[in-house]
Design a protein around this ligand. Structure first.
Ligand SMILES: Nc1ncnc2c1ncn2[C@@H]1O[C@H](COP(=O)(O)OP(=O)(O)O)[C@@H](O)[C@H]1O
Ligand SMILES: CC(=O)OP(=O)(O)O
Ligand SMILES: [Mg+2]
Length: 429
């Protein structure tokens, strides 16, 4: 629980700066339909990211962005202006559990302080699971909320937080239209084969299929390819979203054809606290021989496995890379080993490989992981340029490399803002 004493808001890093920022936002206050602000909430498994954009018709300009990181382990909050200057920040203690609801309340409070009376045109939310019904963004109604709630068992780390943010926004900002944008939607272009498990087809028809996640991130990367790496835009690309949740996506001509995540966001790579790919026989063994019930198994697979479970040290890659503990090293080794194997699988699905794109917290910032993944797929003709990699790219492969490798920062929030504006423009208010 959060101690009352720690609830004090730390003054912004620079009070003059936040006052000046607040003043500069005055002209943005408008309630006309085509001008106003779009707010975005992205509730991830370990973080709450938020952004504000000024929208003029379809054009979006960033105004403010922030994050509450390590929400349930060592929460800390920072909000920055588009130039990256800190407008407000706060830290809770290590070992504190803040929760997404309190994190969002804090964010809304800070935004209200910085920009009192601002007109919001809409709020876009990342909602991790859209199931069979939601293949594109949708204006949120109470009926939509209850249909999305039914999918919570398929995304227990995310969907409840996503929907808590929706409910809180309905409460605190009544009358502001809200739009749900789905992690699963981008992968609906996958073939039936890519979506199937080898189970009786009645289960497939009932929705037991591979959905894939991190779709907003991959969709954003697909929009960046023509700009950052034009030679890959029409090519065979594997995008690596390596964050607290981690997955890979095979892109052909900018469309998803396969990914490592499945029915839930448990499948594929080991993650911060999730196991990734596992022999289903292990679950039968745990139930039949160890007497574990569904709740205990859910807890094990979602919250006690992955980097945390193997290392016994942390779910956070920064901590593991800095640690000398043998099991911390083992966890990192397993992470890299599984990524390399999955790249082989997706390259086979693509029929070859033209490029790799690293993104999200680990993909964007951990040069060591990129270097080691690059070495693991050297047999495919990839040669990493050590200097470019250490510098963070964007291109991190050598000129002689047969396929190229890139670092492209993801921006799920911008993708959500675009979808929010598009959806609100196309639906009556
Ligand atoms: N400089 C860094 N070096 C290594 N790992 C990093 C670095 N910065 C962030 N990370 C890792 O990125 C992960 C969080 O990624 P992020 O995409 O922000 O997660 P979320 O899934 O919560 O959105 C954590 O494991 C964190 O340790
Ligand atoms: C789907 C998923 O794993 O999301 P995140 O990376 O935000 O945990
Ligand atoms: Mg994320």
């Amino acid at each position: 629980m959060v101690h009352a004493a720690m609830q004090q808001i730390k003054p912004a890093a620079d009070d003059d700066l936040s006052r000046a920022f607040s003043e500069s936002c005055r002209h943005l206050r408008s309630d006309s339909m085509n001008e106003g602000m779009v707010a975005v909430a992205n509730a991830g498994s370990s973080s709450l990211k938020f952004s504000l954009y000024r929208s003029q018709g379809e054009v979006l300009a960033p105004v403010l962005r922030g994050v509450v990181e390590e929400i349930d382990t060592a929460p800390r909050f920072v909000a920055r202006d588009p130039a990256g200057r800190v407008l407000a920040q706060r830290e809770w203690g290590s070992g504190e559990t803040l929760g997404h609801d309190a994190a969002l309340r804090h964010v809304i409070g800070v935004v209200r302080e910085l920009m009192p009376g601002i007109a919001l045109r809409g709020i876009g939310h990342r909602v991790v699971h859209g199931g069979m019904d939601f293949a594109q963004p949708v204006r949120i109604t109470p009926e939509v909320v209850s249909r999305l709630e039914a999918l919570s068992p398929l995304a227990p780390l995310h969907q409840p937080s996503n929907l808590a943010a929706v409910r809180l926004a309905f409460d605190l900002l009544p009358g502001v239209p809200q739009v749900a944008c789905f992690d699963t939607a981008f992968h609906r272009s996958n073939s039936e084969l890519a979506q199937m498990f080898a189970l009786p087809m009645s289960l497939y028809d009932a929705g037991v299929r591979r959905y894939g996640f991190h779709g907003l991130s991959y969709e954003y990367i697909a929009t960046r390819l023509p700009v950052v790496a034009p030679m890959l835009a029409q090519g065979r690309v594997i995008a690596l979203h390596l964050g607290n949740g981690a997955s890979l996506c095979a892109l052909q001509g900018g469309r998803s054809i396969a990914s490592t995540m499945g029915f839930t966001a448990l499948d594929g790579l080991p993650m911060g606290t999730r196991c990734g790919n596992i022999d289903p026989g292990v679950l039968l063994y745990l139930m039949n021989e160890r007497g574990m019930d569904a709740r205990a198994i859910e807890q094990l697979l979602y919250r006690e496995s992955g980097l945390l479970g193997v290392s016994g040290v942390s779910s956070d890659m920064r901590v593991l890379l800095a640690s000398e503990a043998p099991r911390a090293r083992l966890a990192v080794d397993l992470f890299v080993h599984r990524i390399v194997r999955e790249i082989g699988s997706l390259a086979a699905a693509l029929g070859g490989l033209d490029g790799l794109v690293f993104t999200a917290g680990i993909g964007e910032h951990a040069a060591e992981i990129r270097r080691r993944v690059g070495a693991g797929v050297a047999w495919m003709g990839l040669a990493i340029d050590e200097e470019a990699n250490a510098a963070g790219g964007p291109c991190i492969s050598t000129a002689a490399s047969h396929c190229s490798a890139w670092v492209i920062p993801t921006d799920e929030e911008l993708m959500i803002a675009r979808h929010t504006v598009g959806t609100l423009s196309n639906t009556p208010t």
